[in-house]
Structure formats: structure tokens, C-alpha cells
Design a protein around this ligand. Structure first.
Ligand SMILES: NC(=O)c1ccc[n+]([C@@H]2O[C@H](COP(=O)([O-])OP(=O)(O)OC[C@H]3O[C@@H](n4cnc5c(N)ncnc54)[C@H](OP(=O)(O)O)[C@@H]3O)[C@@H](O)[C@H]2O)c1
Length: 350
């Protein structure tokens, strides 16, 4: 049966890949929602909406009666964990309150979460984190969003699922959280300066266990959970399925970029990359790259966050497997594939 997906946060690292994957499948029409909107195609329509504006959201979504599945992956960045709560909870509430009354055949609402549910952003947390682990002290917007959905779903015919990826790897641009882009642009600038590639994180972060979630794998898992009956009203960790330590992977990434490595040197990327815009503009010109502003390719604060985790950062991915999702991605190969993609798209030098 033909289904219609409303993908919320359509220009994000996560939603961009979700949309691309939905379009590869035969039985989906897609509506992509974000403030910026996008270019319509036969199977994909964009809707430019500011979800912080409840009235605008109701108005603009009032005609979407064909929507069967909502995939929520919007995100508003704020400087503190507490400040993230109000805008991110409001956006979800506004979209659900607007779509539920008009989409009479609504079947599912999928919520994109992360390991903040486990307190991973606060410090060393219990690993591998399981979906059944106990909660932690608020404020935390992922938990509030899930609680809102659980309450809203009571006595309804639609169901929800919550998807919990680790750090997500994709090649979308202009997003605050994109680790692949952080490493690719950091390496390209390092190379241009003739320097070795130093791990910039905390000394204790270099040898801890890490994992990633490929955005393509995440897209498949998200759709699987949204369309599989036994996944109704459940949360799932979704990860590549392998683990790594930066002290093993970092020199390999350096080799990919034909760079030497040198011992790690702790530095905040936000600080040391702040003056590199003219250099970046020069690199774009020198290597004939497509024009992307320095802002569009800079997720330095997120890089600083990830490289500061001097504790294991891993979830238990077996629940999804027990429920029937068996795909995996080899993380080292994934990094090279995504760097290759950035080169092919002329975002970084070949
Ligand atoms: N990236 C990661 O590594 C990662 C890892 C684990 C979990 N997560 C979680 O996954 C979720 C999505 O993350 P992401 O990294 O994909 O986010 P993202 O790249 O920042 O994308 C967020 C999307 O939300 C849209 N948006 C923001 N404000 C909006 C508004 N007022 N109205 C309508 N649309 C709005 C943005 O598009 P416009 O600018 O066009 O509005 C953008 O398309 C978040 O909850 C995040 O915590 C992310």
C-alpha cells in the first residue's frame, strides 16, 4: 500500500538520508518539512514551516491529510542542555498537534533521539547502554519528547517508535552536528598547512571505546521500526555494530588523507579553527571546490564535544537485532566512503 511520509527536519544530517532512502523505495511519497524548504520532485514535496510558530504550523499542515507516517528529526541548537528543552519539545508538540487531526490515516510517529537519554552528554554513563536502563535527572529534551508521545498515543490507533543512534555519520552540510565533516575539513586544512594530523581531543578520549551510526543504516532502521508491528511503542539503539578507539582509527584516517600523524594535542577546535575562514576560502579556490561558506562546513563545537568524551561511549544494539533488524556497517570503511563522497561532491579537495 502506498504510504506518505512527513519527514520533519528535512535538511538535517539524519533526515536528508532518510528522505533519500524513502525515495529509493517504491511505496512511499515524501513530504520534507523544515524552515528552509527545498526543491520539489515528482515523489518529494517540500514544505517550509517554522515549527516554533504553532499557528503557522497548523495553517501549513492543514492540507496534509494523506500523511501516514511522521518521521521527526528536527533539532534546534541551544548553548545549554536546559535551554534545549523548550524549543525542541515545542516543535514536536506543534507538529503532532497540527497533523493528528487532519491525517486521518496516521499510522506511526517515529522520534529521532540519541544517547542523551542515557545521560551520555553528562559524563561517564553505564555502558553498554540499554533501552531498559533507568532514567536520569532532567532537564533532557529527548526524554520529554518521548513522554509527550507516550501520553499522546494512549487510546489512539497510531503507534510510535524512538530511535537512538550513536554519533551519526553523513555528508549533509550546514548542520551543527556532523562529525564526518569536522574531520574532513580539519584534515583538509591541516594538509594545506603542511602539518601532521593531531587528535585534538582530551588525552583520555584517545583510547576509549566508541561507535558510530551510518546515516544510511539509520534510515533503514528507522523505516523498519516504523513499519514493523512488533516495534510499536518501543525504543531501539541503532549503531553500526562494531566498536573502535580513536588511537587505532585516527592514524588510519590520517593515512587516507595522505597525512602523517603526531601525538595528540588537546585544543578546542572552536578556538583554533575560528580564524581559518580565509584559508578555507583559498582552499576552495585553489582546488576548484564548490562554494560552501565556512559556516556551512563548520561543526567545530560538536567535534569538541565528541573528542572530549574520555569515557566509553557505547550502546547495546542487540534489541533491534532481537526484533529483526540485522544490518551493520563497518565503521572504518564508512569513514572512507563518506570522505570519498565529500570529495566527489567537491566539498573537500580530492
Ligand atoms: N547528528 C548527530 O550526530 C546525532 C546523533 C545522535 C542523535 N541526534 C539527534 O537527532 C536529531 C536530529 O539531529 P540532526 O543532527 O539530524 O539535526 P540537524 O542536522 O541540525 O537538522 C535539524 C533539522 O531541523 C530543521 N529545523 C530546525 N529548526 C526548525 C524549525 N524551527 N522549524 C522547522 N524545522 C526546523 C533544520 O532545517 P532548517 O534549518 O531548514 O529549518 C534541519 O533540517 C536531534 O534530536 C539530535 O539530537 C543527532
Amino acid at each position: 500500500m502506498q504510504k506518505t511520509a512527513l519527514v520533519v527536519g528535512a535538511n538535517g544530517v539524519i533526515a536528508t538520508n532518510l528522505i533519500n532512502h524513502l525515495l529509493e523505495l517504491d511505496d512511499w511519497n515524501v513530504i520534507g518539512l523544515s524552515r528552509r524548504g527545498g526543491k520539489d520532485t515528482e515523489k518529494l514535496k517540500y514544505l517550509a514551516v517554522d515549527l516554533l510558530d504553532a499557528k503557522q504550523t497548523i495553517d501549513k499542515l492543514s492540507g496534509l491529510k494523506e500523511v501516514t507516517h511522521v518521521f521527526y528529526a528536527a533539532f534546534q541548537n541551544r548553548p545549554t542542555w536546559a535551554e534545549l528543552v523548550t524549543p525542541n519539545l515545542s516543535m514536536l508538540i506543534n507538529v503532532v498537534e497540527a497533523i493528528e487531526p487532519v491525517a486521518t490515516n496516521l499510522q506511526h510517529i517515529s522520534l529521532m533521539q540519541g544517547y542523551k537519554v542515557y545521560g551520555a552528554h553528562l559524563g561517564p554513563f553505564k555502558t553498554p547502554a540499554k533501552e531498559s536502563d533507568g532514567g536520569h535527572m532532567p532537564p533532557e529534551f529527548n526524554v520529554d519528547q518521548q513522554q509527550y508521545l507516550e501520553k499522546k498515543q494512549k487510546n489512539k490507533h497510531w503507534t510510535w517508535s524512538a530511535i537512538r543512534p550513536s554519533v551519526v555519520a553523513g555528508t549533509a552540510l550546514g548542520n551543527p552536528m556532523n562529525l564526518v565533516l569536522v574531520i574532513a575539513v580539519y584534515a583538509s586544512i591541516t594538509k594545506e598547512l603542511g602539518l601532521p594530523l593531531r587528535f585534538p581531543g582530551k588525552p583520555g578520549a584517545y583510547d576509549k571505546l566508541m561507535e558510530m551510526t551510518d546515516a544510511g543504516l539509520l534510515a533503514k532502521a528507522t523505516i523498519w521500526a516504523a513499519t514493523t508491528d512488533q516495534c510499536a511503542n518501543q525504543a531501539f539503539n541503532i549503531t553500526n555494530g562494531d566498536l573502535f578507539r580513536w588511537n587505532d582509527l585516527w592514524p588510519k584516517i590520517a593515512r587516507y588523507f595522505s597525512l602523517e600523524t603526531a601525538p595528540p594535542l588537546q585544543m578546542l577546535l572552536q578556538t583554533v579553527m575560528a580564524d581559518k575562514e580565509p584559508l578555507w576560502n583559498g582552499i576552495q579556490k585553489k582546488y576548484g571546490l564548490n562554494k560552501h561558506s565556512y559556516q556551512e562546513v563548520s561543526s567545530w563545537a560538536f567535534g569538541d564535544g565528541v573528542f572530549s568524551w574520555d569515557y566509553d561511549f557505547i550502546g547495546d544494539g542487540t534489541k533491534a537485532r532481537r526484533f529483526g533488524f540485522y544490518e551493520f556497517v563497518e565503521t572504518e570503511e564508512m569513514f572512507y566512503r563518506l570522505f570519498d563522497e565529500l570529495k566527489a561532491k567537491k566539498v573537500i579537495p580530492a
